[in-house]
Design a protein around this ligand. Sequence first.
Ligand code: ATP
Ligand code: MG
Length: 443
Amino acid sequence: MKIAVPAFPATLLQALNGCGFEAYLVGGCVRDSLCGRQPVDWDITTSASPDQVKNALRRYHVVDTGVTHGTVTAVCDNQAVEITTFRVESGYSDHRHPDAVRFTLDLKEDLARRDFTINAMAYHPNTGVIDFFGGQQDLGRRQLRCVGTPTLRFEEDALRILRALRFASALGFRIEPQTAAAVHQQRALLRTVAAERVYSELTKLLCGDGVRAVLTDFADVIGVCIPELLDCVGFAQQTPYHNFDVYEHTVRALAALPSCAYLRWAMLLHDIGKPRTFTLDAQHQAHFYGHEKIGAEMAEQILRRLRAGNKLIERVTLLIRHHDADLEPTEPCLSRWLNRLGDEALLQLILLQKADDSAKSAMVRFRMSNADRLYALAEELVARGTCYSLKTLAVNGNDLLALGYTPGAPLGDALERLLQEVMAQRCPNEREALLRLAASWRE
Ligand code: ATP
Ligand code: MG
């Protein structure tokens, strides 16, 4: 099998070979090329030590990335390539980092330390694919399998447990039964992994096409990272609007969304407040009063714990707080929501509501066509430059000062009131009309 190797990594391979070293493309780029995906980055593994790499590539800009682990980064045609010396790792007392790293001249030893068979293949234009562990067969079977004994490999480095789920989701692969059994069995080790690593793997997992199967089959593993979700698993909703328990509803709704980290995190956590707000009325119907607000607070705690970025936390909690908002496909209503959320967040909220409804009972699903109308109208309002904030109001504070308004609260209130009149379509967003209205309020 031939891989179309871009010029920049090919040049670096040649330069290393020219100095008498072995060098191969390795890992993700080989995997992605073999399954017809565009590789994200091109990594090289080589028999040369970091100093030898720097010497062989002295014509290029080379920076130390992790020399003790044998990694340098070379820049060629403005593209960065990580070059790592063949290495073996040993002694993982913290279940995450090797206690010792030893360089080796044997490619097979280097490939054996890698996590999954599909990630443990090397490639050179002269030799083709080098595959000691059945990676190509597993690619053909669309499955993830550990190199070596799964339980041991997860004990060495618990992050691999989440990487297994992440690749299964991103590639739409299944996890081979023995590897899957070890994932379940060793899941508690994930508690030893740094929060930011968990967050980054979870985000990639959530954005994958295979997310529904992974979240369904590995709820117990996700639950180690986000214990609050375990309360949702099997939590019956007992309302005519729902035909799935909270977790299954969540997973189905999430998979119906576009692949966007904000949307998928928001959906994962949108009903997390339900178990805590559950009440039954005299007719034995369930209610979850205030679950949006409590859910948004819980989501903030969870995401802070996972060291998510502020921008994501803000957006996700905003979407959760308003996920049951009553949006009507009318200009005044959408203008108010544009004013409250901004255009990007409102469009996301509409997508979130549509996907949320798609995973409810038939009684609610009819609303989904409404969502398309909402989305189209909101987009149109934005494109048309409709006024929904003080920034685009045709008058400003100075205009009202000139009319004799007192600076401070009276002036601010008047501006706000003018904006309300415009959004409710009771007054056009025109200077003369607005000034007349403001003047009439002073009389
Ligand atoms: P991506 O497309 O996400 O970059 P990738 O396979 O390139 O996928 P990286 O995290 O960039 O993943 O790692 C590069 C390679 O290093 C992997 O393909 C794998 O061979 C090896 N690797 C990375 N992390 C681990 C780990 N925790 N344990 C064992 N091998 C690993
Ligand atoms: Mg990579």
